[in-house]
Design a protein around this ligand. Structure first.
Ligand code: R2B
Ligand code: URA
Length: 319
């Protein structure tokens, strides 16, 4: 597939994916170059049917989150905050041709849903990274905004992840490829996490902290819950596990951060994870917040990221 880097001008490149100081989103798949067309099946987009550079070439921020409604709400918020609403611009789901994921674009900000769990976000990320690559995007920041269970912290706290860890508290993502296990690093961009934390301090009464986020493959037994259809351990064993997680630096638990960190890191995207906690897992397993409280909590990561994006675009106003 065509490269935009002039082959002759090697002096301007510091490595294959950087050109005149710009960091391009890249793929690590030699087979893609020999494909005539790339169909991004779960987005209902493709390189022959859509002009991806024209549609997405200006994207600088990508926000992803589990629920389609929440990602639409985030897109509406960005539309308002970036002044696109006043221009009368309609918000349309770019992936309307499929009901797997939703996608909205407001100027340089893309908002996409990813569903629940590693397999769902992983499929979305493969296609998103290829989309950004085909569109020749550079200097892209990607942020997962979501919900989580807190470990030893007040419900409603927003955790900015420094490192995503697996259920053994290790900073790794294990991908089964053919019949091998390939282990990938889950380190996130520390500078971005610090910038987000600094930004959170500018919002009045905004409870935020930096900590490790544990990613599991299940919401119930996989997160040490006693209230699933199956449970094979005692309350004592559950509490012992959560205490060890806390001691290892874990402050919240969710279901996508390790694969998100691993894939974005390998493909040149600056990545962050920002999740609100809906409960303190030392206290309960069930989420029993009143609806209005749940809605307000879920808006917290959105508020932080919209302020951060405005700040980065030089439109800073805390709201
Ligand atoms: C957080 O919340 C979802 C489970 O309720 C899951 O997608 C996650 O990571
Ligand atoms: N999401 C999770 O994965 N776990 C929780 O406890 C709450 C939300």
């Amino acid at each position: 597939m065509a490269s935009i880097l002039p082959a002759s001008n090697k002096s301007m490149r510091s490595d294959r994916n950087t050109y005149i100081g710009k960091k391009f989103v890249h793929v690590k798949n030699p087979h893609l170059d020999s494909m005539e067309e790339d169909i991004l099946y779960h987005f209902d987009l493709g390189t022959k049917t859509h002009n991806l550079p024209a549609m997405f070439g200006d994207v600088k921020f990508v926000c992803v989150g589990g629920s389609p409604n929440r990602m639409k709400a985030f897109a509406l918020l960005m539309q308002k905050e970036l002044g696109y609403e006043e221009c009368g611009e309609e918000l349309e789901d770019i992936c309307a041709g499929t009901d797997r994921y939703c996608m909205y674009k407001t100027g340089p900000v893309l908002s996409i849903s990813h569903g629940m769990g590693v397999p769902s976000i992983s499929i979305m990320l493969h296609e998103l990274i290829k989309l950004l690559y085909h569109a020749r995007c550079c200097d892209v920041t990607i942020i997962r905004i979501g919900t989580s269970g807190g470990v030893g912290i007040e419900p409603g706290s927003v955790v900015i992840t420094d490192t995503a860890v697996d259920a053994f508290f290790k900073p790794r993502f294990e991908q089964v490829i053919l019949d091998n296990i390939v282990t990938r690093s889950t380190e996130l961009d520390k500078d971005l996490a610090e910038k987000l934390f600094k930004c959170s301090k500018e919002i009045p009464n905004f409870p935020a902290l930096i900590g490790h986020t544990m990613c599991t493959d299940d919401f119930y037994e996989g997160q040490g819950r006693l209230d699933g259809a199956l449970c094979s351990f005692s309350r004592e064993k559950k509490l012992d596990y959560l205490k060890r997680a806390y001691k290892a630096g874990v402050r919240n638990i969710e279901m996508e951060s390790t694969v998100f960190a691993a894939m974005c890191r390998l493909c040149g995207l600056k990545a962050a994870v920002v999740c609100v906690t809906l409960l303190n897992r030392f206290e309960s397993d069930q989420i029993n917040l009143p609806h209005e409280v749940l809605v307000e909590y879920q808006q917290r990561p959105q508020l932080l990221i919209s302020n951060f994006i405005k700040q980065q675009l030089g439109l800073h106003r805390i709201s």
